[in-house]
Design a protein around this ligand. Structure first.
Ligand code: FES
Length: 66
């Protein structure tokens, strides 16, 4: 399902992000541009990201971004 229509980013893209060391909205915005156009997706994208970080907490800890 598309979360960020402006940039064509799906929930699966965001769920995979922590595996690449993307462990904050700032990093998600910088790497995928999520939320940097209309901004409508930010809250939902952040919710998905936080859930994904919890699932991948070891990976995020290794990237020292928690
Ligand atoms: S829907 Fe994500 S920036 Fe517009």
């Amino acid at each position: 399902m598309y979360v960020c229509i402006c940039h064509g980013i799906t929930d699966k893209d965001i769920q995979e992000a922590p595996k690449q060391g993307i462990c904050s909205m700032k990093m998600l915005r910088e790497s995928m541009q999520v939320g940097n156009q209309c901004g409508c997706c930010q809250d939902y994208a952040n919710q998905i990201l936080q859930e994904a970080i919890n699932v991948n907490s070891d990976t995020c800890r290794n990237f020292s971004c928690q």
